[in-house]
Design a protein around this ligand. Structure first.
Ligand SMILES: NC(=O)c1ccc[n+]([C@@H]2O[C@H](COP(=O)([O-])OP(=O)(O)OC[C@H]3O[C@@H](n4cnc5c(N)ncnc54)[C@H](O)[C@@H]3O)[C@@H](O)[C@H]2O)c1
Length: 414
């Protein structure tokens, strides 16, 4: 192992080499896996980052975070310098690593049902490389019943491992801070798995909360679906108030003033990202579509974009106009544009306006993004899609701005 953070080549772990890592993070270059790997490494664990995305591994091995994660990069450089991180894309390197944490993506499929084959395909690719008595911790958000199914699947194939399910409940972008400040839900299919997973997460979490695998799987989906429903409530109230000619943001400020029960009431705005819709959908599919509240939330949150386009059409007669979208990430101060509703608005407006220009100070994966000033100069009307701090007090050169969030101080603009 080299202690340098300036090396330019990946340091693979040879399949034939004796296992040197304490923990392997599968999907370790991702938004959930990487911060966890870094935090565990900072607590003295030797962590093997296993990911199929070789270019992300290359970036990380140079001490550079591939995405925004508050406080992660200095810690990454530190653990690299201490020789606590190893990298691989070869499943054979799982062999002999005592603990394996799985954080791969778990999307919904074209029928909006959980894509269960993701976990099965992963299991099939690694089963030949398991070592008896390894602890396998599922951390991806999974459809309820997946952990017990995987336990049976392993047993049917004669795989003798311990299996736990320990969901991730951090806010994306703040994992380094939150991993050490939040309790960890731990479940498992055997006492040994529960004990070992609890000991592992005790190294970083403030407390361990024990549930059964099914309870833990539902708990994770409940957390995300509840948040999604809360956002939908604010968005529906916003549309009701606006249609009635009332100022939703004034109402919100009014109901929160000296009234603690409404303290956590969210603002209106685009509620999206890689998890909230997907996990509400996973819960709906699990409940045989008997999740009316979840479906209503999807209807409202996704529908807000269409409602907004229609209001803009009425006010600005978009034909012949150029619309500028400020913010393409899925939330503020974030560089992740996965499942961002800004792109849905862009698509809808492209059929109504002459041109749609987009900008974002954080997103660096979209070649169509333009500099902010270009978008302001060339647009007839602007939409604040994401309330990034960079847009506070922005000089929009007198152009009309639509601001659902109420964060620019210019009013709603509709
Ligand atoms: N992003 C969040 O804030 C968040 C929070 C809680 C839970 N989750 C859940 O965690 C899981 C991962 O989400 P994410 O946002 O980190 O996704 P991500 O796409 O950022 O990361 C997943 C990583 O897994 C890698 N990968 C995919 N298949 C692989 C395989 N077979 N072997 C090795 N590596 C593989 C990908 O290359 C990628 O780097 C999902 O189930 C998600 O719902 C995400």
């Amino acid at each position: 192992m080299t202690n340098s953070t300036t090396q330019t080549t990946l340091r693979p772990v040879r399949p034939s080499a004796p296992a040197t890592a304490d923990i392997c993070i599968v999907g370790g270059a991702g938004h959930v896996g990487l911060p966890l790997g870094i935090v565990l490494a900072s607590r003295g664990q030797r962590v093997l980052i296993f990911d199929l995305n070789k270019s992300a591994l290359e970036t990380i091995s140079k001490g550079v975070m591939p995405f925004t994660e508050v406080g992660a990069e200095p810690l990454l450089k530190q653990v690299l310098a201490e020789g606590k991180l190893l990298f691989t894309s070869d499943p054979a390197d799982l062999k002999g690593v005592p603990q394996v944490i799985v954080t791969i993506g778990t999307p919904v499929d074209e029928f909006l049902n959980p894509d269960t084959k993701v976990i099965k395909q992963w299991a099939d690719s690694v089963i030949p490389h398991f070592t008896p008595n390894q602890l396998i911790i599922l951390r991806s958000t999974v459809s309820p019943g997946t952990t017990d199914w995987l336990d049976r699947y392993f047993k049917q194939r004669g795989v003798n491992v311990k299996l736990a399910y320990c969901p991730e409940r951090i806010v994306q972008g703040f994992a380094v801070d939150e991993l050490t400040k939040l309790p960890q839900i731990v479940s498992g299919t055997s006492d040994a798995a529960i004990k070992e997973a609890s000991e592992l997460f005790s190294k970083i979490a403030t407390a361990i909360v024990h549930l059964t695998p099914l309870e833990a799987e539902l708990a994770k989906l409940f957390c995300n679906a509840y948040r999604y429903v809360q956002f939908a409530t604010a968005n529906q109230f916003f549309m009701i108030a606006t249609e009635a000619g009332a100022d939703f943001n004034r109402i919100t400020r009014g109901i929160k003033e000296h009234y603690p029960r409404m303290r956590d009431f969210p603002s209106a705005g685009f509620a999206a990202g890689p998890c909230l819709f997907k996990d509400t959908m996973q819960l709906a599919a699990f409940a045989q579509n008997e999740f009316g509240l979840g479906h209503a939330a999807m209807h409202v949150n996704e529908g807000l974009v269409l409602w907004l386009a229609t209001q803009m059409e009425k006010k600005f007669q978009l034909h012949g106009k150029t619309v500028g979208l400020l913010g393409m990430a899925f939330k503020a101060e974030c560089d992740d544009n996965r499942c961002s509703l800004s792109y849905k608005l862009k698509k809808v407006l492209q059929f109504r306006a002459t041109d749609v220009l987009t900008t974002d100070p954080h997103v660096n994966t979209d070649p169509e993004l333009l500099p902010l000033q270009d978008v302001i100069d060339r647009s007839d009307v602007l939409v604040l899609c994401v309330p990034h701090k960079a847009y506070k007090g922005l000089d929009v050169k007198g152009k009309p701005v639509i601001d659902i969030w109420g964060s620019m101080g210019t009013g709603l603009g509709l």
